[in-house]
Design a protein around this ligand. Structure first.
Ligand SMILES: O=P(O)(O)OC[C@H]1O[C@H](OP(=O)(O)OP(=O)(O)O)[C@H](O)[C@@H]1O
Ligand SMILES: O=C(O)c1cc(=O)[nH]c(=O)[nH]1
Length: 224
């Protein structure tokens, strides 16, 4: 897939599937405690065979053109929503698959990484979405603790508005490769009337003043 078409194509999938929710009332509370007027439910796409084909094409282009096929030994899906996308990609690339859990299972082998772990292998971490990157820190540290190398993250959707996520990626020395960001969604929503002008204003205000908006609506104002 052409590099320049990936963002708009994936944004269209998200908008057409109804994955982009803008609240008319109570704000959404996100994983880290941010309050938000929007919630992108990327998981919606796992049920669509057509979306699967498109996302696979987009992900393949990203791996080939931005990362390099020879740079990856294993595809690692992040619990929960990253797993299907990772499995599809591993299949297309004929690479091994792993799952990284949010925390060790707590019984049995007490494993946090499922599948075969080969120390030194270069893992491509795959998740459905990235907001402030705190889950990625957790996943990445678990993988590195097990001896894997992690330099690249493939995120189907990336907010790309939280200063915290950029800082986290820098600290972890990870490159994020997103198939779509808010810029793609807003651009398409404006061009094709997917969202009302009022909702677009609401989202844009949140995206440009994320922590203030969150704090004023009952969420956190910064990460602890
Ligand atoms: O913290 P970030 O790195 O910015 O990413 C946000 C996380 O929030 C979601 O997971 P969540 O735990 O809500 O749900 P899931 O178990 O369905 O994946 C999403 O799948 C990301 O893993
Ligand atoms: O950060 C989150 O928890 C989050 C945000 C979002 O838009 N969608 C989602 O599934 N999780």
């Amino acid at each position: 897939m052409e590099e320049t078409t990936i963002g708009p194509v994936v944004a269209r999938l998200l908008l057409e599937s109804g994955a982009v929710h803008v609240t008319g009332g109570k704000p959404f509370i996100l994983r880290s405690g941010w309050a938000s007027p929007v919630y992108v439910d990327v998981r919606k796409l796992i049920s669509s065979v057509a979306a699967r084909t498109t996302l696979n094409e987009a992900a393949l282009s990203v791996v080939k053109n931005r990362i390099g096929l020879k740079e990856i030994d294993v595809i690692t899906g992040a619990e929960t929503a990253g797993v299907p996308y990772a499995a599809w990609l591993a299949d297309r690339l004929s690479l091994p698959l792993q799952i990284v859990r949010k925390k060790p299972l707590g019984f049995g082998r007490n494993a946090q990484i499922e599948g075969e772990v080969v120390a030194g292998n270069r893992a491509l971490l795959v998740d459905d979405l990235t907001t402030d990157g705190q889950s990625k820190r957790n996943f990445c540290l678990a993988l590195r603790g097990a001896g894997l190398q992690v330099r690249h993250l493939l995120s189907i959707f990336y907010y790309d508005t939280f200063a915290e996520s950029r800082r986290t990626m820098d600290e972890l020395d990870i490159q994020i490769h997103a198939l779509a960001t808010w810029q793609d969604i807003i651009g398409l929503a404006k061009a094709d009337n997917f969202l009302t002008p009022g909702d677009i204003d609401k989202v844009e205000l949140f995206l440009s003043h994320t922590s203030d908006w969150s704090k004023a609506h009952g969420g956190i104002g910064r990460l602890n």
